[in-house]
Design a protein around this ligand. Structure first.
Ligand code: TMP
Length: 224
């Protein structure tokens, strides 16, 4: 087997390559806490890499040095609901500018553990923030960017809560009650029903291996 070592591109060559590269794809993973999406996401990125794509695995809140600092605050500090929504979008603005858009322009595939659907589901559905407020923030922060595909890991709230119980110290969101997660789940499902072409719903009650099997077909169709 011959291994070809690519030459290191100059800045000008890299810029030109980015200008001519086909835009990458933007794929997001969503679901209530305890759905098990995080255990699948690295495997999913690995399968895309094996198929010849360059995955960029990232997350929200977070994904940039500033975003990770905001994540720490968001997951542990009590705050006004408006502040929470604004900080989610502040982290997202940074993430889009520094990670998501440059990667898509290079032709890489961005795989993000959560994006704006999470804000509609958690701050809108779970906490009850008016949807119009979130629509306005979305229109400000990313008027022209939407995921190409969203994998929604869906399961009954009591199953998710049982999975979380006793695993480790729970963060501010994970400590919310069942009502909060029922409302969060309902909002995810409402959004999936409103844009079925973007969502792929995963039955997250399955075993991790069965979930991988059910994603194989999706990966094959994505990588055709
Ligand atoms: P994670 O544990 O899946 O990484 O997500 C972090 C937590 O942040 C999770 O409980 C969901 C919550 N979250 C929101 O409430 N709104 C958002 O916009 C995002 C991205 C996450």
């Amino acid at each position: 087997m011959t291994i070809t070592v690519p030459s290191i591109p100059t800045n000008a060559a890299a810029t030109e390559a980015a200008a001519t590269a086909a835009r990458g794809r933007f794929i997001t993973f969503e679901g209530i806490d305890g759905a098990g999406k995080s255990t699948q996401i690295a495997w999913f990125a690995g399968r895309l890499a094996a198929a010849g794509h360059t995955p960029v695995l990232t997350r929200e809140p977070g994904g940039t040095p500033l975003g990770e600092q905001l994540r720490e605050i968001l997951l542990h500090q009590p705050m006004h609901l408006d502040t929470e929504a604004l900080l989610m979008f502040a982290s997202r603005r940074e993430h889009i500018a520094r990670v998501i858009e440059p990667a898509l322009a290079r032709g890489d595939w961005v795989i993000s553990d959560r994006f704006t659907d999470a804000t509609f589901a958690y701050q809108g559905g779970g906490r009850g923030l008016a949807r119009e407020r979130l629509d306005a923030l979305e229109a400000w922060v990313h008027p022209h960017l939407q995921p190409d595909l969203t994998l929604l890991f869906d399961l009954p709230v009591e199953v998710a809560r049982a999975r979380l119980a006793g695993t480790r110290a729970l963060d501010k969101f994970e400590q919310q009650n069942s009502r909060f997660f029922e409302d969060t789940r309902d909002e995810y499902l409402r959004r999936a029903a409103a844009t079925p072409g973007r969502f792929f719903i995963v039955d997250a009650t399955q075993t991790p291996d069965d979930i991988k099997n059910s994603l194989e077909k999706l990966i094959s169709s994505l990588c055709k």
